[in-house]
Unconditional design. Structure first.
Length: 161
């Protein structure tokens, strides 16, 4: 499974907002500069997050972006659903070969594996909050999930590294 640039940028922008104090906000320019991405990319991602109710924006000279809810209430699965570009649904259309659609529409074993992998990842991400990712949340039930995921990464690196 691959994390898209949009998902990566969205999580990074949210992390910046999660580190803000009460009453603080960041402008689009500050967020883009802080992540080393264009204002166009940051603006697109923040627009999607705003539309989904994860980010609040205020116009004007004292305006900017803030989290719409506390970071402890925002689950990573929710963020990825907002930013995912229909990867599971579009998988069969991505690799049709030289044809317009895949020849294995009725008897494909690959699609069920892809769908199951996405479901496992979604369950894991639903156990992690933005606050935990930012390191600012109280120790909660999702911390165990985060540690398990980090442990998998470590095990994979030592096995392949």
């Amino acid at each position: 499974m691959k994390v898209s640039a949009q998902e990566e940028y969205g999580l990074r922008c949210l992390l910046q907002l999660a580190h803000l104090g009460v009453g603080e906000s960041l402008t689009l320019g500050q967020i883009a500069e802080g992540e080393g991405i264009s204002q166009a990319n940051a603006g697109k991602v923040l627009w999607l997050l705003n539309k989904a109710g994860l980010v609040a924006s205020t116009r004007g000279t004292k305006g900017g972006y803030t989290l719409a809810r506390p970071a402890v209430e925002i689950r990573l699965s929710e963020v990825i659903k907002v930013l995912d570009e229909g990867e599971v649904e579009g998988h069969c259309k991505t690799y049709p070969g030289v044809l317009d659609s895949c020849v294995h529409t009725g008897d494909c074993g690959i699609r069920s594996v892809i769908v199951n992998v996405h479901e496992v990842v979604e369950r894991a991400l639903s156990g992690i909050t933005l606050a935990q990712l930012a390191g600012s949340g109280q120790a909660a039930e999702g911390t165990t999930t985060l540690h398990k995921i980090q442990g998998l990464r470590g095990a994979g690196e030592s096995a392949h590294g």
